[in-house]
Design a protein. Structure first.
Length: 411
């Protein structure tokens, strides 16, 4: 295989190797006996919701009284028909009316659990948009406008989620507040650092941030919304928090592990870079410098959540992975290849999972076209013309973006 083919294969193999169902099965096996109640209500929200629910049904199928799965359109959902199981589709990356309906159903299910019951909640990336319940003093359209403003301004996922937890009846521990039962949550982290309250905006977990923190984020990135009505989230000292336990069952590092093993089998020497939340421009500079220092056959991998401020209006089609690849390509050293891929298969509005580029990228497009598309945040068209886009379709997983930079073994 060429180096481009090797990196592409490593990315795809890493995605296919992830076992969310198995992670949930293993976690359920460790649930203390006193919490393994006779009657279980199960909720799964996110891009990996179907797979995580499969693990729960395999372990506790006989105990589960009722279950709801909420996932994006087109996400594979191979669950067998079961009268107890309801599968809902909702909007992502932005919530829609279906997201509001899904949140209402989840809150109703949580409310129906008694003190003797267990509410099992399985959360993965994408949950924040899929279940949307604006608090009583906030309209859906206003919440959506604030969400757009934060995204376009380049707020980090932690900042973004700090605001979302204080706009909602379901985020920031809202599901735990809604139930009288005991709550056990298993989380698939798509957040670097893995703070539980940031995964899906923490529908069950206590939240250490406050209304003041959320208002500070709005003042920085979307000042037109800085005075909007906010509500306080579940705090660690609240009574309801004592009935909740959670654990992270799978996280972004697993993605790097699988990709590194694939590269090693192909004769490359992979090593791990620290996870990054740097901006696209900062990462492009880092990778350009690193590409010049790579030895033959060396590869560097990391998971990342790059920030990207979108200044063009209207913006074109693209995403942070494809944008990073397009910005970096002209600066790559000879013999090096760079891949940036979204593990969920959806890189922004590009329609692709990401891109894989080498120094020949500009020979397939004009320099003026390159600069124009970068300025308009319209990089999807560049990668389609150059044949550098990676298409996977919805993968049913979400563990951050994967970046791989490598130099061919022959130099």
């Amino acid at each position: 295989m060429t180096l481009r083919e090797t990196l592409r294969a490593a990315f795809l193999e890493a995605l296919q190797s992830l076992d969310f169902a198995g992670a949930v099965r293993d976690a359920i096996a460790d649930v203390p006996a006193e919490l393994a109640r006779e009657r279980v209500f199960a909720i799964a929200i996110g891009k990996a919701a179907p797979a995580m629910m499969q693990g729960a049904l395999a372990s506790w199928g006989a105990r589960i009284e009722r279950a709801i799965v909420v996932c994006p359109d087109q996400t594979p959902c191979p669950l067998d028909e079961d009268a107890r199981l309801e599968v809902l589709r909702a909007g992502h990356p932005l919530p829609d009316a279906r997201s509001v309906d899904a949140a209402a159903r989840l809150l109703a299910l949580a409310h129906g659990a008694s003190r003797e019951d267990l509410l099992l909640v399985l959360v993965s990336g994408g949950a924040s948009a899929l279940a949307c319940a604006p608090h009583a003093g906030l309209g859906f359209d206003t919440k959506l406008d604030a969400t757009h403003a934060l995204l376009d301004a380049g707020a980090s996922i932690e900042e973004f989620n700090t605001v979302r937890r204080h706009l909602s009846r379901i985020k920031g521990g809202g599901l735990t507040r809604a139930t009288r039962g005991h709550v056990t949550a298993f989380l698939a982290s798509d957040v670097i650092g893995g703070a539980p309250h940031d995964i899906g905006s923490g529908p069950t977990t206590p939240d250490p941030t406050t209304i003041a923190d959320a208002r500070a984020v709005l003042a920085r990135y979307a000042p037109q919304f800085s005075s909007m009505a906010l509500v306080e989230s579940l705090k660690p000292t609240d009574e309801a928090a004592s009935r909740e336990r959670h654990s992270i069952v799978i996280g972004p590092d697993v993605l790097v592990d699988h990709a590194a093993r694939s590269l090693a089998r192909c004769g490359l020497s992979p090593s791990r870079l620290s996870p990054s939340k740097s901006s696209v421009s900062d990462l492009a500079g880092e990778y350009a410098r690193l590409a010049r220092s790579l030895g033959p056959g060396e590869a560097r991998l990391r998971v990342a959540e790059p920030s990207l401020r979108v200044d063009a209006s209207p913006a074109g089609r693209g995403g942070r992975s494809g944008h990073l690849a397009a910005v970096l390509a002209p600066r790559l050293a000879p013999g090096t290849v760079f891949l940036a891929g979204a593990s969920d298969g959806a890189d922004g509005t590009s329609g692709a999972a990401g891109a894989i580029v080498d120094p020949s990228f500009l020979t397939r497009i004009s320099m003026s076209s390159h600069a124009d598309h970068i300025a308009r945040f319209d990089t999807a068209a560049l990668h389609e013309v150059a044949g550098t886009a990676i298409f996977t379709g919805p993968t049913g997983v979400n563990l951050c973006d994967l970046h791989i930079l490598a130099r061919a073994p022959d130099g």
